[in-house]
Design a protein around this ligand. Structure first.
Ligand code: GLA
Length: 321
């Protein structure tokens, strides 16, 4: 009898211990649309730092299409995760992702690319951290103007390649911000060449730029803007293929991750003049931290947070790292 009682008590204690650990185990997913892009690797790296600081488990997932994302959410739930942060491969998946998260009892927060609802409007009910896209685009435009003036370029001789990707609102705002500033500064409208990219990567940029360049071969100088670094680097490579380099090209990207540092470390200058360095740390560390506190203490993250950026060139990139 006594033996049985001891056994029972031990069992109760063991079960109790298991349930206490289970309550303490926080597991958070971090899904990104382009795991090969340096920007997302940086976000993951900073999210890992938050996981180490707070002692939760981070599950990094490449969610490159809708099917992968939806099954990853089921998977996270069955692994015992309580929430996830996501940069979705398509903003229109927002309602499906939110519904899937709710069904599985998971908290969700978006980063970089904000969910768009079935009414075409941003889904304000899902907490989001993104960049102040239009302002950052304007910073690109201002720097292009400043550099053209510094080099005494006659605007009449300059073609402007705008590498657009209008499937994604944050990218449209960025390219629009840059173009608006050029227009305000008297850049000729008929020298603006919108070059729609099929894919938001270097190859998409290279192809779109080559297409535009064969149609408008009559310029001596070029300026290039795009929604992120890959969107500009591809165009710079296409221009190099046509014989244009640092002396007659000014390209300015956005992100400022290692990818661009490589460009600045090339011995010979290229047409890639600058990038706007964004805060991958805030997008990775802070989103993970916000999600952790939401799960752990029930503190809801702010509905929306907009982050800023700074111009990064060959001259200052070491200080900005
Ligand atoms: C989008 C772009 C990324 C990066 C982030 C920043 O997701 O595709 O390259 O610029 O925005 O928020």
């Amino acid at each position: 009898m006594q033996k049985k009682l001891i056994l029972l008590l031990t069992l109760i204690m063991v079960l109790g211990a298991i349930s206490v650990t289970a309550a303490q185990d926080v597991k958070i997913g971090f899904l990104v649309k382009q795991p090969e892009e340096a920007w997302f690797q940086d976000e993951w790296r900073f999210a890992e730092e938050a996981a180490d600081d707070y002692g939760f488990e981070l599950v990094k997932i490449g969610g490159t299409d809708g099917e992968k994302v939806l099954s990853a959410i089921d998977n996270l739930a069955s692994q015992g995760a309580q929430g996830f942060i996501i940069c979705t491969p398509d903003v229109k998946l927002g309602p499906a992702i939110k519904a899937k998260a709710d069904m599985n009892g998971l908290k969700v927060m978006s980063v970089d690319d904000r969910f768009v609802g079935s009414d075409g409007e941003p889904m304000e009910e899902v907490p989001h951290m993104g960049i102040s896209a239009y302002d950052i685009g304007q910073l690109v435009g201002e720097t292009l103007v400043e550099q053209m003036n510094k080099r005494d370029w006659d605007y009449e001789e300059v073609g402007y390649l705008v590498m657009t990707f209008d499937q994604l609102p944050t990218i449209t705002e960025r390219t629009q911000g840059a173009t608006d500033v050029l227009m305000e500064n008297g850049f000729p409208e008929d020298q603006v060449f919108e070059s729609p990219m099929q894919t938001l990567d270097t190859e998409g940029s290279f192809n779109a730029a080559n297409f535009a360049l064969t149609k408008h071969a009559d310029f001596d100088k070029w300026i290039v803007a795009g929604g992120n670094d890959s969107s500009v680097i591809g165009a710079i490579r296409a221009l190099e293929g046509q014989g244009f380099g640092a002396e007659n090209v000014i390209g300015i990207g956005i992100n400022g991750s290692n990818f661009v540092v490589n460009e600045f470390e090339k011995e010979e200058e290229t047409g890639f003049y600058a990038s706007v360095k964004l805060s991958a740390r805030r997008h990775g560390y802070e989103t993970a931290e916000l999600m952790y506190k939401w799960i752990k203490n029930g503190e809801e993250p702010p509905k929306v947070t907009w982050t800023t950026g700074q111009i990064m060139t060959r001259d200052n990139y070491k200080e900005l790292e």
